[in-house]
Structures are given as structure tokens and as C-alpha cells.
Design a binder for this molecule. Structure first.
Ligand SMILES: [Zn+2]
Ligand SMILES: [Zn+2]
Length: 334
């Protein structure tokens, strides 16, 4: 059967188009997505703002998702299996892949970026990248393994030990995931610095001790920059204490730049760590946390739409409705 897919050509428009029918080749699965998270990067893809080296059009969007296998070309999978699937397709033989850094494989290929994503009735994936979702896990939680893995991968390289004082700059979903996942490192304190006071309850529910509208200066061991704007990057750099680490997770539009206080960074012996996506290893660790019930990424979902409601979903993503919390915007399929 054919199905409908949310397609963009990077010209600001998102349209439903017929695709398929799909059948799996050897080592492939056809999966019916059940829930698909949308994020700021999807908007940047729609608006043509992503570095052209990281995108191919026309593109079916959707890189945060979970689904059910409908047809299998791999012995270990059968129709009905619930899966989450690593979006980055590593070559497995370049020097980076050999070292485990599959996120920076020499050949960049990613579902929802360089090939068709999951905001559709069906998607074709490589079976070797699929992971089983346990029966008790809600689809809303499973759908958000991708952004959780991005944040977990960054945090695992920036948080050296338990008991640290941490600041998250940015009150969007990456910031909320950062607050939630920082708890895995038993921090002494987590503060979220955000612009919208409507986000405060979500931040506290995710585990923040405090929600602040202005970022305190020079007082944190770890600062996670999760907004991806020039001013939030400057806020993050000024909030770290001497000897601390700033983790850059927010992704601004291609070419964005900002001046940085070089002497403060040098005098402060500051580590500035940027982090791209996730490795196969960090993805597996997040799936294990999900299936064991240790993390619930779906707790940040506030807006749900069907595929036909995609225009409303995009509107909620572009402009947070005043007076209400806006966490993750999710498409629910079938
Ligand atoms: Zn995303
Ligand atoms: Zn590789």
C-alpha cells in the first residue's frame, strides 16, 4: 500500500505526499512509525537553514521516532516487533567508526536528514541499527530516544563525576532533556536558565532545583548550552566557574557566530566541549535506560497531533503559545 509522508524541499513548505509501497531488501526492515517528535532542527530543515553538507532534498522529515516492524528482511526481526532505530548510519570501517566515534563517521548519512525520515506511514531502515523496545515502555518515551541520546552523549563527555553544580541554559526540549538526564550523575544542584517563565514547572518536573530568568555568573562546574543562540552561548561561557566545563549542544542556523571572552576562558582554565549527535554505544546505553524504566523522556511531551494536524504541530513548534508550557511536540500516527 502507498502511504502519506511529510515532505520538505527546504523552501519553507511542508506538504503531505504519497510514497511507497515499500518492501525490505536483505538486512532491511519496513517499520510503521507510531510516534514522531518534532524539534527546532526540523524547522531549520523546512526553512533550508541547515548546512547543505548535512541534508538532501526532497526530504521526508522525522528523526525522533519509534515504530512497529511491518515487514522484515532480517532473520532476527518479525512483524509486530517494537523498535527504535539509530538514525545515523555509520560505515563501520573508517577510522572514526573503528574508534567507536560513529557520530563522526567519514560518510555522513542520517535518517531524516540525508535520507527519508519517519514522519510517514512507513519507513525503511537497516535491521542492524534497530533496537528492541520493551513491552511496558510507552511509545511517547521510546519516540524520544534520539534527542535523549544526543543529550546523554554530550553529558557523558562533560560531567566528570557526581556532586557537581550544573546550569542548563535554554528552556526548550534539549534543555529539559539535559535537566532530566543530568540526574543520572547525581548532581549537587541543577539550575535551568530560560526566557519563558511558562517553562518553569516543566523544568522542576524534569528535576531542576531552580528556574532562573537570568544566568548567574561564574558559579557552575558544568554549563550545558541548549538553546543554540549567540546570546545563550555567551551566557553559558560567562556562567562557568574556573576549571569548569561548558557543553555546547544547541545547534544554531548554519554560519551563526558570536564573540567570546577569550581571556576569561584562558584565565578560567575552562573546557569548551561541543558534541554532535550520538554514537552507537551511547544510543545502546539510552535504550537500556529506557527499557529498564530508569528514564522517561516522554515526560517532556506537552503537545500531540495526528499526521493531518501537522500544520498545527509546526505552528506550536514555531511560536510557543503564550501562557502555557511548551515541551516536546509529538505526532501520533495510527
Ligand atoms: Zn531533533
Ligand atoms: Zn565510518
Amino acid at each position: 500500500m502507498t502511504h502519506r509522508a511529510l515532505v520538505t524541499r527546504g523552501d519553507g513548505a511542508l506538504v503531505l505526499e504519497e510514497r511507497g509501497p515499500f518492501h525490505p531488501g536483505p538486512g532491511e526492515l519496513v517499520v510503521a512509525p507510531r510516534a514522531v517528535g518534532l524539534c527546532g532542527t526540523d524547522l531549520e530543515l523546512v526553512d533550508g537553514l541547515v548546512d547543505p553538507a548535512y541534508v538532501r532534498y526532497p526530504l521526508v522529515i522525522g528523526h525522533e521516532w519509534t515504530g512497529v516492524v511491518t515487514e522484515s528482511g532480517a532473520a532476527q526481526w518479525t512483524p509486530g516487533d517494537r523498535v527504535v532505530v539509530e538514525g545515523i548510519v555509520p560505515c563501520r570501517h573508517c577510522a572514526h567508526c573503528a574508534a567507536g566515534a560513529t557520530n563522526i563517521c567519514d560518510t555522513y548519512a542520517e535518517l531524516g536528514f540525508t535520507f527519508d525520515g519517519a514522519a510517514a506511514g512507513e519507513v525503511v531502515v537497516r535491521a542492524e541499527l534497530a533496537h528492541k523496545v520493551a513491552p511496558h515502555v510507552a511509545s511517547e518515551d521510546a519516540a524520544l530516544v534520539e534527542p535523549a541520546a544526543v543529550v546523554y552523549h554530550g553529558l557523558s563527555r562533560a560531567v566528570a563525576r557526581p556532586g557537581l553544580e550544573c546550569l542548563v541554559v535554554g528552556d526548550g526540549t534539549i534543555g529539559l532533556f539535559a535537566v532530566q538526564l543530568l540526574q543520572l550523575w547525581s548532581p549537587a544542584k541543577v539550575v535551568m536558565a530560560g526566557r519563558r517563565s511558562e517553562q518553569a514547572d516543566l523544568a522542576l518536573a524534569a528535576g531542576a532545583d531552580e528556574f532562573a530568568v537570568t544566568a548567574p555568573r561564574a558559579s557552575f562546574d558544568v554549563v550545558v548550552e541548549a538553546a543554540g543562540t549567540p546570546s545563550s552561548v555567551r551566557d553559558a561561557l560567562s556562567a562557568v566557574r574556573r576549571g569548569g566545563t561548558v557543553l555546547l549542544l544547541g545547534l544554531p542556523p548554519h554560519g551563526e557566530a558570536t564573540p567570546v571572552p577569550i581571556d576569561d576562558l584562558v584565565n578560567g582554565d575552562v573546557v569548551v566541549r561541543a558534541s554532535f549527535a550520538y554514537t552507537s554505544s551511547s544510543w545502546s546505553q539510552v535504550v537500556a535506560l529506557l527499557n529498564s524504566g530508569r528514564i522517561h523522556p516522554g515526560a517532556v511531551v506537552t503537545h500531540r497531533f495526528g499526521l493531518d494536524g501537522y500544520r498545527d504541530a509546526v505552528a506550536a513548534l514555531r511560536t510557543p503559545p503564550p501562557g502555557v508550557a511548551r515541551g516536546k511536540v509529538l505526532l501520533e500516527l495510527q
